[in-house]
Design a protein around this ligand. Structure first.
Ligand SMILES: [Zn+2]
Length: 262
């Protein structure tokens, strides 16, 4: 019978634990964390390529989603003279009601309209699907398909359903992204798609010069208490900016051709 001294045994266990943590850290870095999949210069070029589109259809789940994630990019499209339509699937009536609005659904729609005025895109459509149950609605997919067919976008913008940025997940967010992607895979020949809230971004839009509009748009969402969220949001976009070497950026996973799979 051979003895392993207690100290050495403890050291061995500690060594194994450290190795395990290192492996877990590596897995987290590779699989879970947000990272650019292309060099910074290429990501900025991808952002510039996005901005060349002139018919842009963005689909989000709730009022405030667009202002949180993509309003800087939408503003840049407006300044470039693009035709931009924003579709909001639900009124977000299950979200917070921080200023005690009597009718939260109506208040949130009003807030999104005010944000539209700030950013300046031409069209805003509410689908009025029930909050948190958007994708359970039997007509949701057909409505989205109909809108896309009618509007004929050259670029779609929506949530990333396949690689959503962690840890914040929401069934409406990924669900909306999935339905838009489905239409694109089926009928979106010649249409590009840019997924936001992605942990695998490959395109960055420099929003430094338009951040003031985004900040003001965010402030319209008073029921969500986003008036005070400006600095938090700015910090998130500054973090994005550092990845590509500009002060403030919004990130996307851009797929220019559906044959690439998306
Ligand atoms: Zn949302």
């Amino acid at each position: 019978m051979s003895y392993v001294p207690l100290g050495r045994l403890a050291a061995r266990w500690l060594g194994m634990l450290i190795a395990l943590l290192a492996v877990m850290g590596l897995v987290a870095w590779v699989v879970l964390l947000t990272r650019l999949t292309v060099p910074p210069k290429q990501a900025l070029a991808g952002g510039r390529a996005m901005l060349e589109h002139r018919r842009v259809l963005a689909v989000v789940a709730h009022p405030d989603d667009a202002d949180w994630w993509i309003a800087g990019t939408l503003r840049r499209f407006v300044e470039e003279g693009a035709e931009v339509m924003l579709v909001v699937a639900s009124n977000g009536e299950k979200g917070p009601n921080r200023n005690g609005a009597q009718n939260l659904a109506e208040a949130r729609k009003e807030e999104q309209r005010a944000a539209q005025q700030v950013i300046g895109y031409q069209r805003l459509l509410f689908l009025e699907m029930p909050d948190r149950e958007v994708v359970k609605q039997p007509d949701f997919a057909s409505r989205i398909h109909e809108i896309a067919r009618e509007f004929k976008p050259t670029l779609l913008i929506t949530f990333d359903p396949r690689h959503p940025e962690l840890p914040y997940l929401h069934p409406d967010h990924e669900g909306v992204g999935r339905v838009v992607r489905e239409w694109w895979m089926r009928e979106g020949e010649g249409v590009a798609i840019a997924f936001f809230h992605s942990r695998r971004p490959n395109a960055a839009v420099d929003i430094t010069d338009v951040y003031e509009w985004k900040r003001e748009a965010l402030q319209q969402h008073k029921t969500q208490g986003l008036g005070g969220a400006g600095s938090f949001n700015r910090a998130a976009h500054a973090r994005n900016g550092r990845r590509v070497g500009v002060p403030l950026a919004e990130l996307f996973r851009l797929v220019e051709d559906r044959r690439q799979g998306g």
